[in-house]
Ligand binder design. Structure first.
Ligand code: BDR
Ligand code: CA
Length: 309
């Protein structure tokens, strides 16, 4: 079977790093390009992190372009889940040998779509700033996007920052609104499912057992990430972004519900909240498929597979 052509737009981030790793390692995916955005860390950091990760993976031939350095309409509020560098706890990542492409990430994304002979699947794992810009600047290219499988949103059970708010949407709610209104085929993989994909004792033991150079690096990333998570929220490390990528490989990992999602940008206590209408109560057609259930064990099988030699 032909691999699925994917572009990842990310803000690495430990969990973004693992999404990049899986995209590169799994034979079902052809990683066409990577674009970076501010979010977990400032753009300069997320870009160098992406370059170092790809270098570590032996994937420095995958082009990386830096996109937007701030959200579309407000100052950047950095994420807190990954330490100041966006990738703390990874002292041994190699220095990159290949420069980022000297083109703005949004224009590079557009160029990649324009030249694509087959539709591309977009996997945004950071704030939606670059994708929002793409929608505004290059509407004629959206037909080249087969679907968008994004990590973002929080709907009923779990949330962070404030209920029901998730960082990627909170960070750039205007961009998220633009993307949601774009008419693209969008699957939202939000905290309702990603908070069930947790690295805990059993998963650490399984990763340790794989014992490859890559699994050892991932083990250390996840140890650091898990410690931060546990300190902040009292649970293991949630593999948000890798789940979005994994859903491209195997859509049966999640169950979805159609809904119209809007974002609260004025709420005194709920700024950035994602609000889902499942029953057309507001008279609007669904604009997304929302992930509602996840098979976490099946996800982890895929992760382990990507770490084997
Ligand atoms: C999202 O925010 C970031 O901290 C993670 O990388 C993920 O994309 C989870 O809310
Ligand atoms: Ca991310």
């Amino acid at each position: 079977m032909k691999p699925i052509k994917v572009i990842i737009d990310c803000d690495p981030g430990h969990d973004d790093a693992i999404a990049l790793l899986m995209a590169h390692r799994l034979p079902e995916i052809e990683l066409v390009a990577v674009t970076t955005v501010c979010g977990n860390a400032p753009l300069a950091r997320t870009t160098i992190n992406a370059r170092r990760i790809m270098e570590l993976l032996g994937a420095s031939d995958v082009p990386i372009a830096a996109g937007c350095a701030s959200p579309l309409a407000r100052p950047l509020v950095l994420g807190t889940a990954d330490g100041p560098s966006g990738l703390d706890g990874s002292p041994y990542l190699p220095e990159p040998t290949v420069e980022a492409v000297p083109v703005h990430g949004v224009d590079f994304l557009a160029a990649k779509l324009r030249e694509a002979e087959e539709p591309i699947v977009l996997v945004p794992t950071g704030p939606l700033t670059n994708i929002g810009m793409l929608v505004l600047k290059y509407p004629e290219l959206l037909s080249k996007i087969e679907k968008v499988v994004l990590m973002g949103g929080a709907f009923y059970r779990r949330s962070e920052i404030i209920t029901p708010t998730e960082f990627n949407i909170f960070c750039d709610p205007e961009a998220a609104e633009i993307v949601l209104a774009s008419g693209l085929d969008i699957t939202m993989v939000g905290l309702d499912v990603t908070m069930h994909v947790l690295v805990e004792e059993d998963e650490f033991a399984a990763i340790e057992k794989i014992d490859t150079p890559l699994s050892r690096v991932v083990f250390d990333w996840l140890k650091f990430y898990e410690k931060l998570h546990r300190g902040q929220m009292g649970i293991g490390g949630a593999l948000h972004d890798p789940l979005a990528l994994a859903v491209v490989v195997d859509p049966t990992l999640i169950e979805t519900r159609e809904a119209h999602v809007s974002i609260d940008r004025t709420g005194t206590h709920t700024f950035g909240a994602t609000v889902a209408d499942y029953f057309k109560l507001n008279g609007l057609e669904p604009n997304v498929k929302l992930a509602s259930q996840v098979n976490s064990a099946k996800f982890f099988e895929m992760l382990y597979r990507s770490l084997e030699d």
